[in-house]
Design a protein around this ligand. Structure first.
Ligand SMILES: NC(=O)c1ccc[n+]([C@@H]2O[C@H](COP(=O)([O-])OP(=O)(O)OC[C@H]3O[C@@H](n4cnc5c(N)ncnc54)[C@H](OP(=O)(O)O)[C@@H]3O)[C@@H](O)[C@H]2O)c1
Length: 283
């Protein structure tokens, strides 16, 4: 038992976390975190140099261009970071004999399904971001056997300093005294997922031997409107919340309307419980 424990803690100590300075990476309490400056995934020589120096047993790859609008405007950049960058990390992991856990996205799905997306559903990305993340998956799958592709959805985390996503935007509006009403889409649904819970699961999966694709999300689907309503209910009960259609925002990026996930390894605690904890502890 002691040998097994020593082996597991060695795997965690010798895990490179690529993209470790991002919103999700900031929750990692293990491994060696690398930011873009110390490991640029678009540069194969930079990736190889870090792997040669650290001789990792595992790599947790989180780095990505996550701005979907930027990806739409500059597909070459999106592909360089998300697809070719992931190819570079997978290549270096193979050369080092390391296990690779790649964080992909529920955004690889088309969004037309009625019901939750499972691991066996066929990706059909609706936009450049989704295509580039799926190409990353194909690179990982094609290059090394000891790999796991993890698809989360609608991550929240980082608190006031880092949270630039939906929950952060809603909180910024709540804190703005000019705000008279919150508006959020009622026809866009997903599985809100706390970065802290996701990182806990990633920690287990890095040490484990699960392979292929797994979905990791908090339990329960919701629309953006329902999430905004839940937040307001806790932090600003008198602020009205309106449900609006996605079409109102006239976005240039086609959005996956349904990103709700099911999971073959089981979903985590309900999103409401996780979001309440996030608001209470980090805001
Ligand atoms: N947020 C979500 O709702 C969501 C949902 C599903 C899946 N995901 C996936 O989860 C992962 C983590 O997302 P996140 O929310 O933590 O995003 P994030 O805060 O944007 O973090 C991404 C990190 O990648 C880094 N990066 C960008 N280009 C790089 C490059 N060329 N080389 C090395 N690092 C680079 C960024 O560094 P800079 O800040 O210096 O550019 C940033 O620290 C991503 O793979 C994303 O696709 C996110």
């Amino acid at each position: 038992v002691l040998d097994e424990w020593m082996n597991m803690s060695e795997i965690l100590d010798r895990t490179i976390i690529v993209g470790g300075a991002g919103a999700l990476g900031s929750y990692a309490d293990f491994g060696v975190r690398k930011d873009r400056e110390s490991l640029d995934v678009s540069n194969l020589a930079s990736v190889r140099a870090v792997f040669k120096e650290l001789e990792p047993k595992a790599v947790l790859h989180l780095a990505a261009e996550t701005d979907a609008g930027k990806c739409e405007d500059d597909p070459a950049h999106a592909c360089l970071v998300n697809a070719v960058g992931t190819y570079h990390v997978a290549l270096a992991a193979r050369e080092a004999g390391a296990r690779m856990v790649y964080v992909s996205s529920a955004g690889v799905f088309g969004g037309d399904k009625i019901g939750a997306y499972g691991e066996d559903d066929l990706p059909d990305p609706p936009n450049v971001y989704g295509h580039s993340k799926y190409l990353g998956e194909l690179a990982v799958r094609g290059l090394l056997e000891n790999h796991l592709i993890v698809r989360p959805c609608w991550i929240f985390g980082g608190g006031a300093a880092r949270d630039k996503k939906f929950v952060g935007k809603i909180m910024a509006q709540v804190r703005n005294p000019e705000t008279k009403e919150l508006r959020a889409t009622g026809d866009e649904i997903g599985s809100p997922t706390y970065a802290k819970d996701l990182m806990g699961r990633l920690r287990e999966l890095v040490q484990g031997d699960e392979r292929g694709v797994v979905h990791v999300a908090n339990a329960g689907g919701a629309s953006r409107f329902e999430v905004a309503q839940f937040i307001a209910g806790i932090v600003a009960p008198n602020l009205p919340v309106a449900s609006v259609p996605l079409a109102l925002f006239n976005l240039k990026t086609k959005i996956t309307k349904n990103q709700v996930l099911s999971s073959r390894i089981g979903l985590m605690r309900p999103w409401q419980e996780a979001l309440r904890e996030y608001l209470e502890k980090e805001w």
